[in-house]
Design a binder for this molecule. Sequence first.
Ligand code: ZN
Length: 162
Amino acid sequence: MQCNCCHAAVAEGVAKCPACGFPVLVAGDSSPEYTKMLEDFRSRKRAQIIIEMQIYSYEVSGSGVTESGTSWHTVGTAAALKPGEILWSDLECEPLTSDRSFTVRLRIQNGGMPREQAVTFSPDHAVSRSCIGLSGDDAFTFRLAVGSKDDYILSDAVRMLS
Ligand SMILES: [Zn+2]
């Protein structure tokens, strides 16, 4: 079975979806009441979701450049994402070259245990300016975008929930 709300796989006989908490009904119907309940639940859940990226800071000293720590920066919120649109953040990374893969670490706050996930890109072409953005996929998935408005690369789809 599949959750009607977030499309996670759900075992038979379970009352609530383990990923999003939506009640698992034997059959979701397409009545206006059911559709409204589903939409309300999705928007309440999406309102809790914040997508963050791990940023490394460096220190330059006499002996060279050393990593001085990491911190999490917000890339965007689920509530602001629309399918097929890219929401650009003020974060940037180094320009991408097509001969090297590139990994970023994301943390997704979703009202429960934060979820961490590494996202790796293998760019098919070089990208000279590398802003970080989020592309809405469906209600609970997104893709990370790296590049600029006119030229960017998208990651594989990332789930917001567990
Ligand atoms: Zn679900």
